[in-house]
Ligand binder design. Structure first.
Ligand code: HEM
Ligand code: HEM
Length: 184
């Protein structure tokens, strides 16, 4: 067996997905379940009385963690990433043409994944920092001022990345349905 063949057999991902299209769909599915794992662990933590009290006591700072971070890691990172993978699998079978652009699919995948993980992490991180400042006696506005522009920069940048993830996906689906000649 040559080295290339050994690598193919050794890697479970390669073994499962033998062509690029399957590999692409597998990437969406794997990241979907990774995000669902993070979101459901957070969900269970949220049911702990200490956690719920902390969230309630910290007001808008706690709101960034529960429900905002929780809702988006589960719905954007878990549900819609899986939906994107399902679209890429089913659409070619319905219209008997491949997805318009694999480059667009890959780019949208990375924008969505980096966007949602960044959005989630920023909400949780700034939620914890600002929440503790509020518990130390600051108002939420004072905590926001103390943290400075980085709060808005992180959240807006990662929101834009998520947005591009969706818009590139939507563009790719429209081009696949309405444009007969495929792209790259
Ligand atoms: C083990 C699984 C999960 C647990 C234990 C859990 C638990 C919770 C808890 C405790 C809350 C906060 C309720 C509150 O503060 O009033 C919440 C909110 C929420 N969860 Fe989950 N969750 C889980 C999975 C999910 C999943 C898979 C999704 C979506 C696919 C989801 C979507 C949401 C949303 C959207 C909210 C916010 C609801 C609102 O607008 O107030 N959760 N969850
Ligand atoms: C580019 C993508 C997205 C961005 C930047 C975004 C951003 C936001 C922001 C800033 C809020 C807070 C609004 C507020 O508290 O005033 C919010 C709320 C919410 N979003 Fe998104 N969102 C996106 C996509 C989605 C998608 C695709 C879903 C569902 C599939 C979703 C589900 C929710 C839910 C359930 C809430 C309410 C959470 C709560 O307060 O209980 N979002 N979103």
């Amino acid at each position: 067996m040559n080295i290339a063949a050994e690598v193919m057999v050794d890697s479970p991902v390669r073994e499962t997905a033998r062509d690029n299209d399957s590999l692409l769909i597998l990437k969406f599915m794997v990241m979907s379940v990774v995000n669902l794992l993070i979101g459901t662990i957070q969900g269970v933590l949220q049911t702990l009385p200490e956690f719920a009290l902390w969230i309630r006591a910290t007001g808008p700072a706690g709101h960034m963690i529960d429900p905002l971070a929780h809702a988006h890691i589960n719905l954007v990172g878990g549900v819609t990433l899986a939906l994107m993978g399902i679209f890429y699998y089913i659409l070619p079978k319905i219209i008997h043409r491949p997805i318009y652009s694999r480059t667009l699919s890959n780019t949208s995948f990375w924008f969505s994944v980096i966007g949602v993980l960044g959005f989630f992490s920023s909400l949780v991180l700034f939620g914890i920092i600002e929440g503790n400042m509020v518990l130390d006696g600051m108002t939420y506005q004072q905590a926001l001022d103390a943290v400075g522009a980085i709060h808005h920069i992180a959240i807006i940048t990662t929101a834009i990345l998520m947005g591009f993830g969706y818009w590139l996906f939507i563009t790719n689906i429209f081009l696949t349905v309405f444009k007969r000649n495929g792209g790259t």
